[in-house]
Design a protein around this ligand. Structure first.
Ligand SMILES: Nc1ncnc2c1ncn2[C@@H]1O[C@H](COP(=O)(O)OP(=O)(O)OP(=O)(O)O)[C@@H](O)[C@H]1O
Ligand SMILES: [Mg+2]
Length: 253
């Protein structure tokens, strides 16, 4: 492996004219490793992730994913690239009335023909992979359960499984643990980190919990008001750096 998976170049985003939310973000992600983005509410962390997977249209800049600029892609070409980017959400975004295994398989929807998708007829290989993954996630006994019958932690495992079913080459997670208790949060981060490492998938995670970020990040990116103001190792994230990112320091006492 090795090389660069993602290169964000001078990305800007204005939802409304003259009010930039991203003000020239540049970032390179290698083909492995966990990058955690921290920063105050409103800093633009979610906007950055959403620009990368094109849920949000960037205003200017380039987003090179495996060398191809996603910003210029449209239609089928965009869909083909985008299905290689897995997304994990804070609120899980499962289909509540579907079973756990069907939720996992929905990660394959970008690959099967529309009529197969409509009939929910997935190839045998996908079904085998889904059950293998379910086992790795420790959810085998829940395969036939409806998603809405699971706990938050179990639901997020399904969310991770669905993203991995896409066979992603990049995994994005927007506050994947913010709805979970501290112990479950650690377990979810452990699961996501180890499954991503096994598969050599780079991960970019937004979160507010600085201690959790330090524990799992190979690299931390600090954002303030639409700019990257820190980019380094967890050990280099000093009190001074935290005060640059979040402002003030009284809150740290
Ligand atoms: N769809 C939208 N339309 C207009 N403004 C938006 C939209 N989404 C976000 N914003 C604004 O962009 C700014 C950055 O929001 P964003 O959600 O990216 O921040 P964040 O760092 O993820 O914050 P949080 O930590 O609270 O999740 C905020 O001022 C927000 O109000
Ligand atoms: Mg956010």
């Amino acid at each position: 492996m090795g090389g660069v998976t993602l290169e964000v170049q001078d990305l800007t985003k204005c939802y409304t004219a003259d009010r930039p939310v991203l003000r020239g973000v540049s970032l390179r992600l290698d083909s492995e490793g966990i990058t955690i983005v921290i920063g105050p509410s409103g800093a633009g962390k979610s906007t950055l992730l959403r620009c990368i997977n094109r849920l949000v249209e960037p205003t200017s800049g380039r987003i090179l994913f495996q060398g191809t600029d996603l910003v210029t892609l449209r239609g089928q070409m965009l869909r083909e690239r985008r299905r290689r980017i897995g997304m994990v959400f804070q609120e899980f975004n499962l289909v509540e009335r579907l079973s756990v295994i069907e939720n996992l398989l929905s990660g394959r929807l970008g690959y099967v023909s529309p009529w197969r998708a409509w009939l929910r007829k997935f190839p045998e290989t996908d079904i085998v992979r889904a059950f293998e993954l379910l086992d790795q996630l420790g959810l085998s006994e829940f395969a036939a359960k409806r998603a809405d019958a699971l706990s938050g932690g179990q639901r997020q495992r399904v969310g991770i499984g669905r993203a991995l079913m896409q066979e992603p080459e990049l995994l994005l997670a927007d506050e994947p643990t913010s709805s979970l208790d501290p112990k479950t949060s650690v377990e979810i981060m452990e699961t996501m980190a180890s499954l991503a490492r096994q598969r050599h998938i780079p991960v970019m995670v937004n979160m507010h919990d600085v201690n959790l970020a330090k524990r799992f990040a190979d690299r931390i990116v600090g954002m303030t008001e639409g700019r990257v103001v820190f980019d380094g190792k967890a050990d280099d994230l000093t009190t001074d750096e935290l005060s640059t990112i979040y402002g003030g320091e009284e809150w740290m006492r």
